[in-house]
Design a protein around this ligand. Structure first.
Ligand code: OAD
Length: 229
């Protein structure tokens, strides 16, 4: 069975009402990423970091999958190919749409992590610097999201999937954050056909065989329909 690896970024959730990072008015224009998305920022001001992710968790919990998430779930359910979604998103909209084979390389808002001992558990709706770790009891709990300077989750599995893929697609990601920005080159070097779906060409566009421009809610269902045709 053909293997398809699909990398998704903030652009796929934009039409579900969740903000992107680098578009005009994006999250990194409103919050310095050094303050809310680095281990050093967390140690400096854990209350601010929790405030930022608590707000994003509440927003994500209220969001619904859009036609792009739903189309990817249809592609997997059709079982004509083996589909792996590698998402940089910390929301759960792929799962809410029905996708099952989803790898959260940048972690998940719904999970908590102990910065002291590495224990992981389900995050409460609002986390606080006073929360104790259920494993070691230290009050160093943080959202289980990957910050700058940290290694993304599942890299070995992702690299093996990219090397074995017949088709690689990147949807709604700016191609500015590594290692995800290098996935098209890796898949391509191993023989995959590569497609980018985005509102505008990304920093990694030159690495793709094909570019489909438009809103994810329109171009993704059309692309999936072609694959299933
Ligand atoms: P970015 O905010 O960098 O890029 C969003 C991309 O989505 C851009 O290329 C837009 O053109 C595109 N886009 C916006 N609206 C769209 C729509 N309706 N349909 C299709 N495309 C659309 O977000 P990411 O690439 O996901 O990491 O960012 C990657 C990582 O950087 C994030 O996971 C996060 C961030 O720092 C961490 O926090 C570790």
């Amino acid at each position: 069975m053909e293997k398809i690896v699909i990398l998704t970024g903030a652009g796929i959730s934009a039409e579900s009402g969740l903000g992107t990072f680098r578009d005009a008015g994006g999250l990194w224009q409103r919050y310095p990423l050094e303050d809310v998305a680095t281990p050093e920022g967390f140690v400096r001001n854990p209350a601010l970091v929790h405030e930022f992710y608590n707000a994003r968790r509440a927003q994500a919990a209220a969001a619904r999958p859009n036609p792009a998430h739903l189309a990817l779930a249809r592609l997997e359910a059709a079982r004509r190919a083996e589909v792996l979604i590698v998402t940089q998103n910390v929301d759960a909209l792929h799962e809410a749409a029905g996708s099952r084979n989803v790898l959260h390389m940048h972690g998940q808002l719904a999970r908590a992590l102990c910065h002291a001992c590495g224990w992981r558990w389900e995050a409460p709706a609002a986390m606080s610097p006073r929360d104790a770790c259920p494993g070691c009891g230290e009050a160093m709990t943080r959202p289980d999201v990957v910050w700058f300077g940290e290694i993304p989750h599942g890299m070995e599995r992702i690299e093996a999937a990219l090397v074995g893929a017949g088709l690689f697609a990147a949807i709604g990601t700016s191609g500015q954050v590594w290692p995800a920005a290098g996935f098209a080159q890796l898949a391509s070097a191993a023989g995959a056909h590569t497609v980018e779906l985005n509102l505008e060409p990304s920093a990694a566009s030159a690495d793709f065989d094909e570019f489909r421009q438009g809103r994810a809610s329109e171009v993704v269902p059309a692309w999936v329909a072609e694959l299933l045709d």
